[in-house]
Ligand binder design. Structure first.
Ligand SMILES: Cc1ncc(C[n+]2csc(CCOP(=O)(O)OP(=O)(O)O)c2C)c(N)n1
Ligand SMILES: [Mg+2]
Length: 322
């Protein structure tokens, strides 16, 4: 890749990750002020996973699904921050009309199919999306993110078997942030190398450092290229870390200071910035400028959410299936 191309790519990745970080920091602040209520799971620390993977997709024909820790993935898919923040506020202008909240971001137009609250439940949904894109011969694929906690759900095992039998173009990505709520994944996993779970169904399986956005981009680009030509599923474990508690009510005291310090040194944004500075792609002043631009986008999203109307009481009876 040319130096200028590399620089443009890395600036784009840095901006996206910073936007997610600042959005999440603002969401945490507003939660503290009780502007936002209910469940809220932050993506701080995991930014490189969604940003690195989605950079390699063609969102005109590909589809993305994730679990309830969905803010970062939605932003990486190109959803605008205003309707996302408004959704957190429960406002009418939210991406799910204020009825979904933090766990249920959705954007059909941008091919982001949630935001799913039940652990592992969207894994079979992604197989359905894979089946649809294959049927339509659009050349697209589905990418399904889930946590280390979901890997022990029956839905994961049943779906991976079926995805291989039917050769569905779905990339299953386990974001292993080391915890399912307060439980260390090593306490509940008889096999801790999750690649083995994908491989046990005959699916080509990989793992990568999910804190390194360039590594994530590189490995995913190769997997997606192969998936498109061979129309077959793949599995990827991204080893990552969440810096905050599971949700807003979790002070996360189950982690040692040493562990936190170890992962703080691998902050995906700090690492990319340092590597860009070393390569002469960015200096302190340019970083500050990008950060200011990103903060303005988040501030505007807060203003949008504040000024938006509450859903009308009558809308309680809309969007109901039965
Ligand atoms: C089927 C089901 N069981 C339990 C829960 C409660 N629950 C919500 S999040 C969570 C932990 C999942 O952890 P993981 O898959 O690692 O995702 P992370 O929160 O780390 O992103 C659990 C058990 C749920 N939402 N759905
Ligand atoms: Mg987890």
């Amino acid at each position: 890749m040319q130096d200028t191309e590399n620089k443009t790519l890395q600036i784009r990745l840095l901006k996206r990750m910073l936007l997610i970080r600042r959005f999440e920091e603002a969401a945490a602040r507003m939660y503290g002020l009780r502007k936002i209520g209910g469940f809220c799971h932050l993506y701080i620390g995991q930014e490189a996973a969604a940003v690195g993977v989605i950079e390699t997709l063609d969102m005109k024909k590909d589809y993305v699904l994730t679990a309830y820790r969905d803010h970062g993935t939605a932003i990486a898919c190109g959803m605008e921050c205003g309707p996302l923040m408004a959704e957190l506020y429960g406002k009418e202008s939210g991406c799910s009309r204020g009825k979904g909240g933090s766990m249920h971001f959705f954007d059909r137009k941008r091919h982001f199919f949630g935001g799913n609250g039940i652990v592992g439940a969207h894994i079979p949904l992604a197989a359905g999306v894979g089946m649809a894109v294959r049927h339509r011969k659009s050349g697209g694929c589905a990418v399904c993110f889930f946590g280390d906690g979901a890997i022990h759900q029956g839905s994961f095992h049943e779906t991976l078997n079926m995805a291989k039998i039917w050769n569905l173009p779905v990339l299953y990505i386990c974001e292993n942030n080391r915890y399912g709520m307060g439980t260390d994944y090593r306490r509940v996993s008889s096999v801790t190398d999750f690649k083995a779970a994908g491989a046990s169904y005959g699916i080509e399986s990989f793992s990568a450092n999910g804190m390194d956005v360039l590594e994530v981009c590189g490995i995913t680009a190769g997997i997606i290229k192969k998936m498109r030509s061979e129309n077959t599923p793949a599995f990827l474990e991204l080893k990552t870390y969440r810096y905050k508690g599971h949700s807003m009510s979790d002070p996360a005291r189950y982690r040692s200071r040493e562990e936190l310090d170890h992962f703080r040194d691998q902050d995906p944004i700090v690492m990319l910035r340092a590597s860009m500075e070393k390569d002469g792609y960015i200096n302190e002043e340019q970083f500050k400028k990008i950060d200011a631009e990103v903060k303005k986008v988040v501030d505007d999203s807060l203003a949008f959410a504040e000024e938006s109307a509450q859903p009308s009481p009558g809308s309680l009876y809309e969007d109901i299936l039965a």
